[in-house]
Design a protein around this ligand. Structure first.
Ligand code: 5RP
Length: 214
């Protein structure tokens, strides 16, 4: 089954709670929350206090994507704020294995993400420790960018790697430039969790947009 995770990066931040609820009402499965620090990525969003304040608007799982340096310093605060799962970037962690286990010690499933310019093999050492691999399909930092076509081959490479290790049940997430057309490409290439910001929030009929991604 394909999981759809609307990304609130494209929501109206002046009514974030309402827009979180709107993602649920449109049929989203997870709420994708991008945390950006202006260092690891060239943009800034919000911190745990905002996550905590929108927690009451939905019971859907909060899928927190940390695009920040030194994520280990902030993981406890995001857990407290209501994260249901946390994904960190391999490129941002000096001690990736340790950071993943810190998430798990807090009782949450952990994910590992990589940017489009990072070899897929970078996730290999931690595959047994995570339940989700996020392949960025744009360079992270901004919504509304175009899907990078080489992502399909990278997804197939990851799927092969997972099959060789008996890890077929791993969530394979994609993020960036996902719309009805690119959703078909990534689903065929092996993704089962699709993050979509602009496509969902920019659509007049958000429920139809979510449905078209499945
Ligand atoms: O991580 C991200 C960008 O760094 C995002 O999740 C972003 O919201 C995806 O947006 P879009 O679907 O509009 O491309």
């Amino acid at each position: 089954m394909t999981i759809i995770a609307p990304s609130i990066l494209s929501a109206d931040f002046s009514k974030l709670g309402e827009d979180v609820l709107a993602a649920e009402q449109a049929g989203g499965d997870w709420i994708h929350i991008d945390i950006m620090d202006g260092h690891f990525v060239p943009n800034m969003t919000f911190g745990p206090i905002v996550v905590d304040s929108i927690r009451k608007y939905t019971k859907l799982p909060f899928d927190v994507h940390l695009m920040i340096e030194k994520p280990e310093l902030y993981i406890p605060a995001f857990v407290k704020a209501g994260a249901d799962r946390i994904t960190v970037h391999a490129e941002a962690c000096v001690h990736l294995h340790r950071v993943i286990h810190l998430i798990k010690e807090h009782g949450l499933p952990a994910g590992v993400a990589i940017n489009p310019g990072t070899p897929v093999s970078a996730v290999e050492p931690v595959l047994e420790d995570v339940d989700l691999v996020l392949l960025m399909t744009v360079n992270p930092g901004f919504g509304g960018q175009s899907f990078i076509p080489q992502s399909a081959a990278r997804l197939r490479q990851l799927r092969t790697m997972l099959q060789e290790r008996g890890l077929e049940r791993m969530h394979v997430q994609v993020d960036g430039g996902i719309n009805a057309e690119t959703a078909a490409i990534v689903r065929e290439a092996g993704a089962n969790v699709l993050v979509a910001g602009n496509y969902v929030y920019g659509s007049a009929d958000r429920a139809a947009a979510v449905a078209s991604l499945r």
